[in-house]
Write a protein that binds this ligand. Structure first.
Ligand SMILES: Cc1ncc(COP(=O)(O)O)c(C=O)c1O
Length: 418
């Protein structure tokens, strides 16, 4: 797609100028570096602040000042149903029905809540298939759930195995490993994308394989939400969770999302941890002694949500609604391919890109030499990226706010600094 004429700053500028999606960049604050505006490639970790966020939070501070507790019913965005302002945007984002998505809690909390409901091991069917390189916190959560049910994580949690000499697992090997676990498999629980390699999985095929073997299938979309296009409902995924502070730009510690497929609603066999915010909205404030669930994913809500966090999420989701996740993914593919092309063209022999073609916007770059001194130099030159021991740089051109020029300038700095 790209050729030697593109290996030039003028070409990068032309690519930016001819892309209508470039307009969204001006809606974000960029961190400063000593030489001016820095180069930010860390949207897979913490997304940048939309310029509208401050106003959105201030509006709710004003409501609080003006109305006190009445802010639950008064003001421009009454707080009682505030989380519902996110529903449609989340549904569009992950390909779900409105009844299947909710903004609540934080990611690991939601993961635990979903595991309470959807990891129900028996003496013979108890295994969980996860990725290799699972994010450690996800492994801690799974280990603790497994122990809670009286099983030994070492005999219960099975990691996908790449073929010898490969860094990521081929799609057909994922299916083969699901089939091999057969009747012992209770749950397939994968990240999408993988946080370290950037590899993405095929939801539909994997979910179908899990179901064929009598297991359930859930995804952790920490690195997928706001990055990939998805059809969780049509792909028959049982549940999913995601955070919103990465690609979704809701700010540090922002609220998380959860998806439960509607086929599970109303199933009384499904255990669930409960709190008053999951109680039927019509009778919640009658304060009755018995929990009556909302007949949607909202039944999994526990507490009344943090409004300032919802406000910042709302500000960011407005931008996603305007841009459209399909358009963003299309631009993301072009930007990421451009970065890949530039790295291969300018830094040949110094690094390997380990992210396979089934990917979102993040590239995981394995350096041939110890990258720690390089990371230090890059930081001094205003580049913000992510380093993972021992030798991986994770670099993400985010389609909402990174530009072709960012990619070009970054690779020039890499070339002179390596
Ligand atoms: C894949 C993955 N899982 C879990 C977490 C933990 O998220 P939280 O601290 O929001 O619970 C992260 C955070 O970066 C992550 O990337």
């Amino acid at each position: 797609m790209y050729q030697s004429t593109h290996n030039h700053i003028d070409s990068a500028k032309d690519l930016d100028a001819s892309d209508p999606m470039s307009v969204f960049r001006s809606r974000f604050h960029f961190p400063k570096s000593p030489g001016g505006q820095g180069l930010y490639f860390c949207g897979h970790s913490l997304g940048l602040q939309p310029k509208d966020t401050r106003k959105a939070i201030e509006t709710e501070l004003d409501s609080w000042a003006e109305y006190g507790v009445e802010g639950h019913f008064e003001g421009p965005h009454p707080w009682l149903p505030y989380h519902e302002n996110i529903t449609k945007s989340f549904a569009n984002l992950v390909g779900a029905k409105n009844s299947e998505v909710v903004a609540m809690n934080t990611l690991t909390v939601n993961l635990h809540l979903m595991l309470v409901s959807f990891y129900r091991p028996t003496r013979t069917r108890f295994k969980i298939l996860i990725e290799n390189n699972t994010f450690p916190s996800d492994k801690y959560a799974l280990d603790s759930q497994v122990r809670f049910h009286g099983f030994d994580p070492a005999l219960t949690i099975v990691e996908l195995q790449p073929a010898p000499g490969k860094k990521t697992v081929e799609p057909e090997d994922v299916i083969a490993q699901i089939n091999a676990l057969g009747d012992s498999l209770a749950l397939v629980m994968l990240g999408n994308c993988n946080y370290l390699s950037g590899q993405c999985f095929n939801f539909k095929e994997i979910t179908a394989a899990a179901h064929k073997n009598g297991a359930l299938c859930g995804f952790n979309l920490a690195h997928g939400a706001g990055n990939l296009t998805m059809n969780l409902h049509d792909d028959d995924v049982d549940f999913a969770v995601w955070c919103t502070y990465k690609y979704l730009n809701s700010g540090p510690g922002g609220l998380a999302g959860a998806f439960v497929h509607e086929k599970h609603f109303g199933d009384k066999k499904i255990p669930r941890f409960e709190g008053w915010w999951g109680h039927d909205k019509n009778s919640r404030f009658k304060m009755g002694p018995t929990f009556e669930p909302i007949p949607t994913v909202e039944a999994w809500q526990l507490s009344n949500p943090p409004i300032f966090q919802l406000a910042s999420l709302r500000a960011s989701m407005n931008i996603f609604d305007e841009a459209g996740i399909g358009n963003l993914r299309a631009r993301g593919d072009k930007l990421t391919s451009y970065l890949e092309y530039l790295l291969k063209e300018n830094c040949e022999g110094k690094l390997d890109i380990i992210t396979p073609k089934a990917r979102g916007s993040m590239l995981s770059i394995q350096m041939k030499k110890d990258p720690k001194p390089l990371v230090k130099i890059l930081r001094e030159k205003g580049v913000i990226l992510d380093f993972r021991e021992p030798d991986i740089l994770r670099v993400t051109p985010v389609p909402l706010y990174n530009s072709y020029e960012d990619c070009y300038r970054f690779v020039q700095i890499m070339k002179e600094s390596i």
